[in-house]
Ligand binder design. Sequence first.
Ligand code: ADP
Ligand code: MG
Length: 330
Amino acid sequence: MIPILSVSNLSKAYNNIHALNGLSFECIKGEIVSVVGSSGSGKSTLLKLIAGLEIPDSGKIVLKDKTINDGSIFVQPEKRDCDIVFQDFSLFPNLTVDENIYFGKDARSNKSMVNELVSLANISDTLSRYPHQISGGQQQRVALVRALANNPSLLLMDEPLSHLDSALKENVRSELMSILKKLDMTVLIVTHDAEDALTISDKTVVLNQGNLEQIDAPRNIYKYPKSEYAARLFGKTNILPLNLIPGSKHFFTQKSSNNKMVSVRPHQLIIESDNNSSRPKIKGQVRNIFNYGHNYNVELQWEDLHFTAEIKDGSNLEIGDTVTFCIEID
Ligand code: ADP
Ligand code: MG
């Protein structure tokens, strides 16, 4: 497995703010790596450091066997074998799609490859138009083709889907995926949306205030988060004390309480039908019931503990009912 990108001990501070704090990870050839974290966690800073748009305070970046940052070394952005797609696509408004795509010198020297990318991204019909004359999804693909036209070893993408409305987003996401996989492109993609990470990436780097919180396959982080922060980034969950689920191997120490806790997703709570079941149980009084059509979200409370269950049918539940759930863990 060949690492295309290798980041070691990378740090960057702005005044007193540690935007990145000793971050290390690798991207392997053909891997799509997502970077997730709440706003201000250092995601964009990381991309800017790799692209050469910011200078690190310390640490090393190696891109395809070439050291591009290391104390005394700083390779200029245009000399780095990577390209970046910005959040707002940053297309030149006064240039046509065609002129945007052929802006880079590498694109002009490789027209047949660019033609292939244009047809792969399905934007042949837009070439003579200006950016404001095409849809958001098309703009996204033009920005992607413009970056790929330079034939980079690494593609950097900063929240490429966040400007698209949700109806469009799913389509664009799957088109994006198929293009990148077809090209066997190595990609580092920043997103604040864990659903993007889960659906697009092979590996996820979770950042929390500039620190590496967890790195793993996104489905593993969803199922076995190593902190409350990582658990909550990946969607609705219940942070339950380990003593309720004594068999669980996947627990973490909650920073606020110092207690051992387990992340249990709402769908892992199943209404108990078999009294003799040996599975761990939790009892709660119904506080609210929300019908989402295909399922129900039931908010419950037992003493100080608040939790949510997602069940198929909650039509016979009423507020105030006491319900016992089995906790399904693996
Ligand atoms: P993210 O992309 O995860 O939202 P950023 O990398 O943009 O986070 O920012 C990380 C932290 O660094 C934030 O606290 C942000 O305010 C700070 N920061 C980023 N860029 C600058 C800058 N140019 N000057 C001062 N502070 C900055
Ligand atoms: Mg950002």
